[in-house]
Design a protein around this ligand. Structure first.
Ligand SMILES: *Cc1c(COP(=O)(O)O)cnc(C)c1O
Length: 313
């Protein structure tokens, strides 16, 4: 279990790297839902998602131990975050991506000076290859969520929320492997235990929902949800203990709910967000609290331009 103190240490460690992202609100959405709804805008974070918080906390700590090379297995936001922070610290990074990874994601990794290695199409194949590459000495595998430094880094977004807003009732957070929600829930519950933490998952990738119900980690196999950052098959081991301790409820949303949330945020707030970032908004709209002050955590905004018409249809 991570401690609040570790999240404050992370905040200190990464404050020269990450931005304090803004909170936006929309009177229209608030009026339509009968709540005061606020949006934590991590799609405006450096690299376009919150992942830079955990990745920089982890890589900076390990760099003190003389690490000479880092490896990650992700074509998405985690891979970009690891490439970015490694580049800033002058540490070579290898990012293992699936053979069918989108060109724009490869370009982003390359722009951050990451070296790309192609491997298979499943996350198992990629992770195995990444661990193999990092097998020796001063080369280190950077996990996407199940690691205390990653979790504490993500938790720094929770510290920001409680500093930026007063009297919050509920916070809605997207759940993939659980790094984000475990960090943010620890930061918030250990500071203001009265705030309710609600996890949101696509119904098509409901591993944490099922695990939460059954009180043990459940593996659902692969998922094809449009929320590509949330396609994990099983919650992390470390993250799930925190979910069990601090998360009050988990809501499921359909693919159509996610698309509709992207459209609402685009038309009302003029912000373009990615499907994984929109599930928190979809969850808040679906669960329908009344007269509450709620926060929807918009976790990222990286979406391929060619996919936009599809997402808005
Ligand atoms: C990784 C990611 C998530 C899920 O985070 P976990 O720590 O795996 O639960 C949510 N949204 C976006 C945009 C992401 O990149």
């Amino acid at each position: 279990m991570i401690q609040l103190r570790q999240i404050y240490e992370a905040q200190e460690r990464i404050r020269h790297i990450v931005k304090t992202t803004p909170i936006l609100s929309s009177d229209t959405i608030s009026a339509e839902t009968g709540n005061y709804i606020f949006f934590k805008c991590e799609h405006l974070q450096k690299t376009g998602a919150f992942k830079i918080r955990g990745a920089s906390n982890k890589v900076i700590v390990e760099a003190q131990d003389n690490i000479k090379h880092v490896v990650a297995a992700s074509s998405g936001n985690h891979g970009q975050a690891v490439a970015y922070i490694a580049g800033r610290l002058g540490i070579p990074a290898t990012i293992v991506v699936p053979e069918d990874a989108a060109a724009c994601k490869r370009d982003a990794i390359r722009a951050y000076k990451g070296r790309i290695e192609n491997c298979g199409t499943t996350s198992e194949e990629r992770i195995e290859r990444a661990k193999q590459i990092s097998g020796g000495g001063q080369s280190l595998f950077i996990p996407p969520y199940d690691d205390p430094f990653i979790m504490a880094g993500q938790g720094t977004a929770g510290l920001e929320i409680i500093k930026q807003l007063d009297e919050i009732d509920e916070v809605y957070i997207p759940v993939g492997g659980g790094g984000l929600i475990s960090g943010v829930a620890t930061a918030i519950k250990e500071s203001q235990p009265g705030i309710r933490i609600i996890g949101v998952e696509p119904a098509m990738a409901n591993d944490t929902y099922l695990s939460f119900q059954q009180g043990k980690r459940v593996n659902i196999g692969g998922s094809q949800t449009i929320a590509d950052g949330l396609r994990t098959s099983i919650p992390g081991e470390l993250t799930f203990s925190v979910v069990q301790k601090y998360v009050d409820d988990i809501v499921l949303v359909e693919e159509e709910d996610i698309k509709s949330a992207i459209r609402i945020v685009l038309t009302r707030m003029k912000q373009l967000i990615e499907p994984s970032g929109a599930v928190s908004v979809a969850g808040a709209l679906k669960r329908k609290p009344e007269g509450k002050r709620i926060v929807a955590f918009i976790s990222g905004g990286n979406v391929d331009v060619e996919r936009i018409p599809d997402l808005l249809e």
